[in-house]
Design a protein around this ligand. Structure first.
Ligand code: SF4
Length: 317
């Protein structure tokens, strides 16, 4: 079995769907997060950087971000693109404001493509957010774009262990996550769940429970993130005090193999590592080397003869 067939990987899925390489354009929508502005909590999740995981995005108007993207070499690498509202909670605003920003991106990107006479197209809209920021109104707005674009919502779960979520100040629960999934499903919006491997207080048993939880709900994709420590976070304080040690690369790869072999075959795997901002990374050092992780996963799949879902029946509950 060739490596490509061993997991239901996003690059292959997009290529098959759109007939060519398809890239995501990361957008900073200028949103914040209820876990930062005090409506849920201050300070954010223990691992979250001050830019809400958007260090490589520019805090400038959306049309400037798009102009800059389509003028860069990045745009030359594909002809199909997905607009990806990436950092903070991109459904946390009034409906008119959300509509304005999403449409600034959709209309703006198409306008740039038209003005520059580029042979390119926007095929999707992807929105990253928290489960407690999904409402009926948000779903209605997002589903209104579905006649022209494939719409996906990326929802943070991180772990199915509510005690870990509480300890790390995530301020949402599995129940919030399930409610969001049910609402999105009702509006036929695809869901990608974010999970983190190597969180403080977590054991392998917790990871098993997270995989079982995800196998039991109607999601279409997962992103697997390695837990890393960045500057100016609660996790950095824990790391400095010796209260947290990141996983070794070896242990991380083992856990990723576990997820791949136990997750349902139909779930598309969108990521197999976290992308730490290099200038802010405190630990682990291996997180600087994306290739080590990607190659490590691909090599192990082949060497250990692992394929997605091979152990699924055994963990299904
Ligand atoms: S919910 Fe997301 S943006 Fe908000 S603090 Fe947590 S990780 Fe950061």
């Amino acid at each position: 079995m060739i490596v490509k067939q061993r997991m239901n990987y996003i690059n292959d899925v997009l290529k098959e769907k759109y007939g060519e390489r398809t890239l995501k354009i990361g957008i900073d929508g200028g949103f914040t997060c209820p876990n930062r502005d005090g409506s849920k909590a201050f300070g954010g999740c223990a691992f979250c950087s001050t830019r809400g995981s958007g260090e490589h995005l520019k805090s400038v108007p959306i049309h400037e971000q798009l102009e800059s993207y389509f003028s860069s070499y990045k745009a030359s690498r594909a002809n199909s693109f997905i607009l990806y509202f990436q950092n903070f909670s991109n459904t946390y605003d009034t409906i008119p404001n959300l509509k304005e920003k999403y449409e600034e991106a959709i209309v703006g990107a198409n306008e740039i493509i038209r003005q520059k006479s580029l042979n390119k197209k926007i095929v999707g809209l992807s929105i990253a957010t928290r489960p407690d920021c999904i409402s009926k109104e948000v779903c209605k707005l997002l589903s209104s774009y579905q006649n022209k674009l494939d719409v996906t919502v990326e929802l943070g779960l991180q772990t199915a262990n509510d005690a870990t979520k509480q300890n790390l100040n995530l301020c949402y629960t599995n129940e919030d996550f399930l409610n969001a999934v049910m609402l999105l499903q009702k509006y036929h919006i695809d869901i990608v769940a974010h999970v983190m491997v190597g969180l403080p207080f977590e054991t392998h048993e917790d990871l098993l429970k997270t995989v079982q939880f995800l196998n039991g709900i109607p999601i279409q994709g997962i992103k697997i993130h390695s837990t890393y420590v960045v500057k100016n976070t609660k996790l950095e304080e824990m790391y400095v005090k010796g209260e947290y040690s990141p996983l070794s690369l070896e242990s991380y790869l083992q856990e990723v193999m576990f997820i791949i072999s136990h997750i349902r075959k139909d779930i598309v795997i969108h990521r197999i590592s976290g992308d730490a901002p290099k200038e802010l990374l405190v630990a682990p050092e291996w997180n600087r080397h994306k290739k080590w992780i990607l190659n490590g996963v691909m090599n192990r799949l082949a060497k250990e003869d692992i394929w997605q879902g091979m152990e699924y029946q055994k963990t299904d509950t």
